[in-house]
Write a protein that binds this ligand. Sequence first.
Ligand code: HEM
Length: 199
Amino acid sequence: MLSPQSTEVIRATLPVVGAAIGDITTLFYRRMFDAHPELERDLFNRGNQKQGEQQKALAGAIAAFATLQLEPDSAKVDLILSRIAHKHASLGITPDQYAIVHEHLFAAIVEILGDAVTPEVAAAWDEVYWLMAETLITMERGLYQLAGVETGDVWRTVRVSERVLQSADTVSLTLSSVDGSALPTFAPGQYLSVGVILP
Ligand code: HEM
């Protein structure tokens, strides 16, 4: 839970941060991808980056989480975090990457909001970020353990053994292992990230 002091600062600054979320998000990704081109090349969906809407998911989720901290509703919080953790686990996100996102997200917040980010405001949003990040890191560790893989070690090469066009924009792919060994089981509706080599 957020400290009472941070709760009041978040309540007072949420409208300003919320209104600037679009600008903060754009600057955050630009900064992060300049410093870590491998994340843009190999991790984030480039189509989503071009299209822009998905970009808002990360910073938007932090603002949504901050809002929920003002009126704690743990069932809702768990639902939001669990979905994000499942998405992250499907991508092999690792704990050290949270410090990278933190660095560039907070630099973007300071650049966009300027003097409004007093040390007190920065500390309160820092608390929100790490509260969320630490919960996600713990959930993701649990998912890796459940799948029996090392943290972040989720990628494997598979063969597409069948491809069926279901409709104009839906394709079913049947995947098999390359060496004949059994593939892991899956839960209905689980995220399955697909990595392909792009130019
Ligand atoms: C507290 C920190 C974070 C929050 C609140 C957050 C939030 C989110 C949300 C809401 C989504 C969309 C989930 C969905 O589609 O259902 C997402 C996706 C994603 N996140 Fe995070 N995230 C955080 C940290 C990170 C970190 C540290 C990384 C790694 C650098 C990361 C990489 C990704 C990627 C690659 C996607 C898929 C987006 C795409 O490819 O278009 N996130 N995240």
